[in-house]
Design a protein around this ligand. Sequence first.
Ligand SMILES: CC(C)(COP(=O)(O)OP(=O)(O)OC[C@H]1O[C@@H](n2cnc3c(N)ncnc32)[C@H](O)[C@@H]1OP(=O)(O)O)[C@@H](O)C(=O)NCCC(=O)NCCS
Length: 186
Amino acid sequence: MSDAFEATPVEILTPRLRLRALLPDDASAVHAYAFDPEVARFVPWRPHSSELFAKGLIKVITQPQFLNWAMTKPPTDLAIGMVFMHSFSKQHQKAEIAFNLARAHWNQGLATEAVGAVLQFAFQQLGLNRIEALCMPENLSSRKVLEKLGLAFEGRMRKAHHRYDGFHDMDLFAVLAPPRPASSPG
Ligand SMILES: CC(C)(COP(=O)(O)OP(=O)(O)OC[C@H]1O[C@@H](n2cnc3c(N)ncnc32)[C@H](O)[C@@H]1OP(=O)(O)O)[C@@H](O)C(=O)NCCC(=O)NCCS
């Protein structure tokens, strides 16, 4: 059982995005992009599910064991993606990060921008020491985002996840907190 985060998802501004807390009202926007078969290809949920599933997903990831952000692209407030952390361990000062984005916005560096900002928040504000991410070996775009952000491949976990179409291998990536500057003497 993971610990509850001791923080709430504060607003984070990046050059092109506003990250804000994901809300129950985002269900229809999330449904509109997250159940696109291409977006759902490497994630646990089935494509073409109903909006009720999006509501359920938001209900789960807005619990205190998760720390989530909706990606919005000002001036609109529409959720076009999400970044969330889970599997937080207070003892080990680590958590896992996950993300997804509407297909219309792929390959413009937006996920890298959003996930990078959340990693910075996690290291600087939450004081985490290690952040992990899992992705299916075939998910080359997700792997690229992780590598661009400095997460290193640590190994392949065989048949580690089960979803509607069977067991899948999962690749483990992780990044450690940057070294803290030594405090100056005196
Ligand atoms: C993974 C995802 C969030 C990436 O979002 P994104 O905004 O397109 O990511 P970025 O633009 O920041 O980076 C994507 C990189 O992957 C590269 N890429 C895309 N498709 C690729 C492919 N088939 N093979 C190799 N590289 C690929 C892009 O060229 C880009 O790299 P570059 O900046 O060096 O050119 C998005 O594809 C998505 O939502 N996928 C579905 C959900 C998902 O799989 N989430 C992750 C679960 S672990």
